[in-house]
Design a protein around this ligand. Sequence first.
Ligand code: SF4
Length: 441
Amino acid sequence: MNIYLDIVGCRLNQAEIEQFAHQFRSAGHVLVSMPEKSDLAVINTCTVTTAAASDSRGKIRQAKRAGVGELVVTGCWATLNPQEAVNMAGVSCVVSNDQKDRLVPDLLNIPDQTLNRDPLEREPIPGARLRTRGFIKVQDGCDNRCSFCITTIARGPGRSRGIPEILADIRAACDPVGGPNSAKEVVLTGVHLGSWGYDLSPRLNLVHLVRSILDETGVPRLRLSSLEPWDLDEDFFALWENPRLCRHLHLPLQSGSATVLRRMARKSTPREYAKLVAAARAAAAGIAITTDVITGFPGESETEFMESLAFIREMDFAGGHVFTYSARDGTAADRMPEQVPHPLRKQRSARVRAVLAETSAAYRENFLEQVLPVLWESASTLGPYGWELSGLTGNYLRVKAQTPHNMWNTITPVRLTGMNGKELYGQINDLNILSAKRVRK
Ligand code: SF4
């Protein structure tokens, strides 16, 4: 069968379709890049915001219009709205999050042990972007109850995958190490990544897992996705002694106001957060600290917002995502009084984005004239002028360069020579390239 896989949402959703891809392929099926070419399509949905839920329904309609043979819907939106999902035109099956691990064997009506886990030659999922990074699911669910969060409701209690399974997936993505299609970077994903191992016996933690991966696999670069601040203690940062661990820490703050954090039922305070950021910077020079911020949370007064904005500026982030508060059915925050008018929420989002744009530009500027390794994620031909490459450094800087060769999915040292908005330009060794004049936009 021809199989089409697509997602809306987070890296965990991406990791899950990479797992589905491996299973379908090891059962002899072929992945295709467009729904119209497929016999079976699987859409992994999201509902973290109203917009994400709407995008999920849009993807389902798009697949229906494309005339797919069979349309399977899974993920957080489908899990929380199974009736609405099954009533959508063309949907033949809805698989809830807690049944996801069985999705492929059940669809193919084969016992999952026949889905050999022997590493197949990695093949990126066909589509607009051929991914060079492997997204690996290590954990699912969450035992916290942040009052705005729908994910913890859609994904259920926290549960960790075992180290042998995770190592097998990483080897499947990276083997043969250095191969043309092999992943040069692996991103560990989960709903509450920092709680990995808490439910295992004996109890373990993320430090154990990261050390095992770095010791027992040849993965060239390992990246951690979002980590909750209360899961990290100061020893955690000793992990960055290993240069294969990407110098990037995504640490959701959500608000810089202590009273707002309390209403969000977050388990950290601005002061504890600041201490953690200082410890990370002391342990790993030049580390990129990025974050998530919600604006317009119920009851957020102008004073609380100004406190939050000042704290965000003080943290000097290398970047971040700003979410305009989006009420989600079933969350505690949805039932809170003093909902902030939507235009004011949007206005506050714009002010936080402006601060993050400033501090992230200053962070990027620090690296001008330095040489950093870049993993080239895309290469577009410039005809006789060679190729334009785009890629990421370990500390999550987006870099462009021009070369005579297609260097997709390789890691090369690059001298960073110019800046253009959110992008840096660079020179690979002494190859003659398009080095942007020092342009500030
Ligand atoms: S820790 Fe993260 S996933 Fe868990 S409830 Fe809070 S925001 Fe949601």
